[in-house]
Ligand binder design. Sequence first.
Ligand code: HEM
Length: 433
Amino acid sequence: MATSLDADTRPIIPDDIARIVVAPKSYTDDATIYGAFKWLREHMPLGIAQVPGYDPLWIVTRHADIREVERNAKLFHNADHNPVLNDQASDAFTREITGGTTRLLSSLTYMDPPEHASYRTLTSNWFLPGKISKLEEQVRVLARQSVDNLLSFDGECDFVRDFALHYPLRVIMSLFGVPPEDEPKMLKLTQEFFGVHDPEEQRPEMVADPVVAAKQWAASIEDFYTYFDRLSAQRREQPTDDLLSLIANSRINGAPIPRDEANGYYVAIATAGHDTTSSSTAGGLHGMMAYPENWAKVKADPALIPGLVDEAIRWTSPVKHFMRNATADTQVRGMDIRAMERLMICYPSGNRDEAVFADADRFDITRSPNPHIAFGFGPHMCLGQHLAKLEMRILFEELLPHLASVEMAGPPRLVETNFVGGYKALPIRFKKA
Ligand code: HEM
């Protein structure tokens, strides 16, 4: 259902800028997308995009506004409409196959209060910093194996394909309880799930379809469900101490967790749990190659690694947007936002907001404080943030002492996505220490 915005008195974003923000291809080129965000922050921090084929949208680009919208989860809902931006034809397809809703995946992202809190509570203890820090040794073993593997390349490799894609996948799948032999399947399905707009990630039989994005999204969710149904049943019969067992055996309102909600949980963890961390790990190395003074600093003082991790996550912002829906007439930044209007929360823009980050485009591991919003804000703030930071810190602690130098061996390539993604390739040349 398209909302119609009465734009008479409200700011309309120039067509070329609006198209850039919405188009998945723009996110393959930093100059294009960050140029558009910069223009918006300066001239129209809260404006309406009217791109043909899409619902009218408020585009939210300033750090303070993103936090304001996200903190108020009763006023700004995730699930009244699709929390992920699709064109209208794709949303119509999704409604057709679900019998009228855009909730194709029953994950936390597609939930609002009070349902959201009751499901988040099932695992929130597992993800607490105190619990996550106990995984340090287990994760370090995986980091060492990955570093050994990288060092076996003869001074040149693709840091993404040969390294960054695999380590976060290993970490989350081993904690989650997915057997190692199934990791390639999880990687492929995740690349299809987040790569619905990227011709290189689209299923051949769907490429030419006008709603390829929605169809591929649905197909990859179905494949995940088929896979996890089996694993979930196994863990109910024979629970172990992994995260999958925790979810499979959890109860909601006194009854076992329903199949769709269990599967929604699994899919969120099996996708968001590594793709994001891979991108920010690659971004950390890219940032240091692009701004080499950081390399010298962190080599001299490993205590800067936590700063490197936060800056890598800010600078890459692997999650590009989530959508919110106003539940009542309200105001943000003095603008009248009406009930049922949709807002696109642009995390990469908030993370380059000059009002918060000096010299915001610059990669600087000594940035302090670094109040980035790459993990979002408010009740939906990333469940896996402490795990993501722990695994990245350990990785750089293990990797950096083994590298004497590193440089780019070709241009990086980025995934075509306006949702979640980052590096597809990062060719490097390195000398071992
Ligand atoms: C939610 C970013 C790693 C699981 C989110 C959100 C963002 C995000 C922006 C939405 C927040 C909001 O709506 O306010 C990131 C980034 C990561 C990362 C940048 C890595 C650098 C992880 C990991 C896991 C994970 C490792 C799991 C192991 C989730 C889940 C949600 C979520 C389950 C939904 C939370 C909810 O709606 O309540 N993440 N994430 N993420 N993330 Fe992450």
